[in-house]
Write a protein that binds this ligand. Structure first.
Ligand SMILES: [Zn+2]
Length: 347
């Protein structure tokens, strides 16, 4: 009997999901080799967007597909969009959640051959929650025991064994914990914005653009002056929108869309736009305009560096209006009020 069970154990196959995450690793220490680039997507649409090169592309260069390892802080990539990330799944947490199913199956004494095997060959009547694997056991079994230790930080044995069924998603969410929501997700991930504008906006609201101040700090640039106006240190606060150039572009955008606030910093403006009593569509048009402005300012700054050329405020404004109109005309929602439609047509 024991021999049959051991044979069964040897034949145990990983599911396709598990295999993709675990690979062919037999060291028993790391879940995913740090050299493997691996990103699981929340859904097919996200995957398709990456394959099509948007919205994670900028000037046709794919920016975001890079190595994700335990040593690297991939946290901001892996948070959900409401929490400020790109919505990719954290592969390490997902891996624990997938394999946690076996921990649960043993804890809740599921009635199947596999559990009988485990009990007979390994656990042998010991308490599962305090069980420690002996040397010389299969790497796969060691892995499950390690996952149990990870899950102990989140659940008690009594909690886990009381679940009638196991949900990978629920366990994943628990492992990731409640992350604070950010106030800018609706602005950044607005469907009416041009995809590459969204990505640059996402970097901007988190102050992650490689501004001249940052380049000077790491010795790549000798000066920290703004590349557009040469009048201030070029950090995110200056660029959005203290810089005299970007401030004028900002006024131009406000005049065009009829935005009445006097708020002048990016985050203050986003908070104002979020609270303003306008329809969802009007807000989305505001957000699309703002994202286009952010992109345009960053592009002007890059053009100044690479091509020694900065478009006039008028030319930049004209381009922003044309791009925003074109984008929204292409993806305009079906259900918008006549009033909103008239307003948009008048822009
Ligand atoms: Zn400036």
């Amino acid at each position: 009997m024991a021999l049959d069970l051991i044979n069964d154990w040897e034949k145990l196959k990983l599911t396709e999901d598990e295999d993709r995450v675990i690979g062919d690793d037999d060291t028993g220490d790391t879940v995913v080799d740090v050299k493997i680039s691996l990103i699981l997507f929340y859904n097919v649409a996200d995957k398709q967007r990456v394959l099509e090169g948007c919205p994670w592309s900028f000037d046709n260069q794919l920016l975001l597909l890079k190595e994700v390892s335990e040593k690297m802080n991939g946290d901001s990539l892996c948070l959900s969009k409401q929490c400020g990330g790109l919505g990719f799944r954290d592969v390490f947490a997902w891996n624990i959640a997938c394999l946690g199913k076996y921990v649960w199956a043993i804890a809740s004494k599921q009635d199947n051959v596999w559990i009988k095997l485990i009990q007979s060959v390994y656990v042998k009547g010991e308490n599962w929650w305090s069980y420690i694997p002996k040397g010389g056991v299969s790497w796969y079994w060691k892995r499950i025991c390690k996952i149990k230790e990870d899950l102990k930080r989140h659940y008690t044995e009594a909690e886990m064994s009381s679940w009638p069924k196991y949900s990978i998603q629920d366990v994943y969410d628990t492992i990731k914990g409640d992350k604070q929501k950010v106030p800018w997700d609706k602005m950044v991930w607005n469907r009416l914005s041009v995809p590459k504008h969204r990505f640059i906006s996402w970097l901007t609201v988190q102050s992650k653009l490689q501004t001249t101040v940052k380049l000077a700090q790491i010795g790549i640039s000798t000066s920290d002056r703004c590349l557009i106006c040469h009048n201030g240190t070029e950090d995110h606060v200056h660029l959005f929108f203290q810089c005299q150039y970007s401030e004028k572009c900002f006024w131009d955008l406000k005049r065009w869309l009829g935005i009445t606030t006097t708020r002048s910093t990016l985050h203050d403006l986003i908070r104002w736009l979020k609270r303003t009593k306008q329809s969802k569509f009007v807000k989305q048009v505001y957000y699309a305009g703002l994202a286009a402005l952010i992109y345009s300012v960053w592009q002007a700054r890059n053009n100044s560096y690479w091509n020694a050329y900065i478009p006039s405020v008028e030319a930049a404004g004209k381009q922003i209006r044309a791009i925003v109109k074109l984008r929204i005309d292409t993806v305009i929602p079906q259900k918008i009020s006549r009033r909103d439609m008239t307003w948009f047509s008048s822009l």
